[in-house]
Ligand binder design. Structure first.
Ligand code: PGA
Length: 247
């Protein structure tokens, strides 16, 4: 099975008409057969889009770590499943930073998603300060071990990992293709050590952080980079399509 995925994270952007136009432009396209295209619109559009998704999968940007009940404003994994959402981001650095989501909460979200047949796209990444002090591997190791590696083999086999160095998100500064490869290779190694070779070899590991048409081909050419989680460049249909065709 191909590991290639390109996902577009729209974040908190796009009012209804713009969102619908962008979705329409993307859903009708022919994409390479071995590349999965995933769109992560704001939650309010999920049910409208998931009904119509053809060549694209629809993902939520967030989910509750709780199953149901009196939790005003939350959206549960079972609700997402009931409208055919197939993926969900977990652990994006903006959620960790601005909404104080720690590894324990993230682990709860991962559990909720998997028990409702939704694939978590688990994000990890270090700050600039952590990288400058040589701690990037230690940080990623901890995020993955606490947030994800409690899963058994059957469960972890379903998960997608996204490496997103925080210093590259929305900043215009991209990790070089070699920096991305080093970290992706490291992530695959720790998946191998925590599980086994087959699981490590099948795991999709996406790069995120100022990925755009100008740099996607070089980054995607690296052996352990299986695609991208795209923010800013996913808000424009032609740049997102160019990225999808960059493999
Ligand atoms: P960016 O965002 O492509 O705008 O840097 C990536 C992300 O946050 O997923």
């Amino acid at each position: 099975m191909s590991r290639k995925i390109v996902a577009g994270n729209w974040k908190m952007n796009m009012e209804a008409v713009q969102a619908r136009n962008l979705f329409n432009e993307l859903k009708e396209n022919e994409y390479p057969n071995d590349v999965k295209v995933i769109l992560c619109p704001p939650a309010i559009y999920l049910s409208e889009f998931s009904d119509e998704s053809k060549n694209v999968y629809v993902a939520s940007q967030n989910v509750s770590d709780l199953s149901n009940g009196a939790f005003t404003g939350e959206i549960s994994a079972s609700m997402l499943e009931s409208i055919n959402v197939s993926y969900c981001l977990v652990g994006h650095s903006e959620r960790r930073q601005y909404f104080k989501e720690n590894n324990e909460v993230l682990a709860g979200k991962v559990k909720q998603l998997l028990s409702n047949n939704i694939i978590p796209v688990f994000c990890c990444g270090e700050t600039l300060e952590e990288r400058n002090s040589g701690r990037e591997r230690e940080v990623i190791d901890k995020q993955l071990k606490e947030g994800l590696f409690f899963l058994n083999e059957a469960q972890i086999s379903k998960v997608v990992i996204a490496y997103e160095p925080i210093w590259a998100i929305g900043t215009g500064v991209t990790a070089t293709a070699d920096q991305a490869q080093q970290m992706h290779g490291f992530i695959r190694q720790i998946v191998l050590k925590s599980y086994n070779q087959a699981i490590a070899e099948d795991m999709s590991i996406l790069y995120g952080g100022s990925c755009k048409p100008e740099n996607a081909a070089e980054i995607f050419s690296k052996p352990d980079v299986d695609g991208g989680l795209i923010g800013g460049a996913a808000l424009n249909a032609s740049s997102f399509k160019e990225i999808i065709h960059s493999f």
